[in-house]
Design a protein around this ligand. Structure first.
Ligand code: G1P
Length: 287
């Protein structure tokens, strides 16, 4: 199984990050000096992905502008001898083959992924959710691709969360295959009290087969009245092999303010330009 394509659903309204997201797509909010979506795209590219489809909506054109060339700005930077800035803005435009499709209707994550049907064709593909930003040595998508190839299976990225937190995610029913890899036999979206299959939650990374599209076409609206990807995967895992990978990375939910600030501080602490300064600044503030 060779995974060359990725889909990034980015059509959410960003209501947890208002008022900033009233006019700025949440994926374009900067984590240190790069928009959040660039971290997602860099993870995909570092995992061997060549073609990326971003599922957008009518309020998100700042994203495709960002991954384009900006000749006027480049001229100014060239004339001013600002080489590193020039390199940074060219890098974001040359990073991958990026395609866009609009979701057109806000009908849920399952519907957003279904919009990728024509782009994906007959190949396995990765899905990376824009809110889930990862920090780790091996890209999380690569960890999933390795497991999917080894078991010739679909794969979901999971980590254990607390019993209280599981109701925010999808919980998966698993049995161990090897260290960090489990066989998936069932799952549910946003389980109520006592309904979770386990404390393993799916956290924003998937390797799927095109079989998912036919399933999603026949998946009725579920939690919140939306077509849920989890409901489609529940059917997929009963008809085809699927593994859960307890991935090795720190995951940030940048779709809410607390997670966004955690990611901002952690990424800034690692940044060669501001990391040392920020460490001193935070120590002073913590007094
Ligand atoms: C989505 C998915 C859910 C998953 C979560 C974290 O939920 O529907 O299954 O566990 O992302 O990746 P949302 O955060 O959009 O409510």
């Amino acid at each position: 199984m060779k995974v060359r394509k990725a889909v990034i659903p980015a059509a959410g309204l960003g209501t947890r990050m208002l008022p900033a997201t009233k006019t700025v797509p949440k994926e374009m909010l900067p984590l240190v000096d790069k928009p959040a979506i660039q971290y997602i795209i860099e993870e995909a590219v570092a995992s061997g992905i060549e073609d990326i489809l971003v599922v957008t909506n009518r309020a998100k054109s700042a994203m495709d502008d960002y991954f384009d060339y900006t000749p006027e700005l480049e001229d100014v930077l060239i004339r001013g001898g600002k080489d590193s800035e020039l390199e940074a803005i060219r890098h974001s435009a040359d990073i991958a083959n990026i395609f866009y499709v609009r979701q057109k209707e806000t009908k849920g994550l399952g519907h957003a992924v279904w919009r990728a049907k024509r782009f994906v064709g007959d190949e396995p593909f990765a899905v990376l959710l824009g809110d889930d930003i990862m920090m780790g040595d091996v890209p999380v998508t690569k960890q999933l691709i390795d497991a999917a190839e080894k078991y010739d299976a679909a794969a979901v990225g999971v980590q254990k969360v607390s019993a209280e937190a599981i109701s925010k995610y999808s919980s998966v029913k698993v049995s161990a295959l090897e260290e960090r890899i489990y066989k998936v036999s069932d799952m549910n979206e946003k389980p109520g009290p006592g309904q979770a299959f386990s404390e393993f939650a799916i956290l924003g990374r998937y390797i799927l087969t095109p079989d998912i599209f036919k399933i999603l076409e026949n998946t009725a609206p579920g939690y919140g009245g939306e077509i849920q990807l989890t409901d489609g995967l529940k059917t997929l895992c009963k008809t085809s092999p699927m593994v859960a990978v307890d991935f090795d990375a720190r995951r940030y939910d940048t779709g809410n303010l607390q997670g966004f600030l955690e990611a901002t501080i952690d990424f800034a602490l690692k940044d060669p330009h501001v990391g040392d300064w920020l460490r001193v600044f935070l120590r002073e503030k913590a007094l």
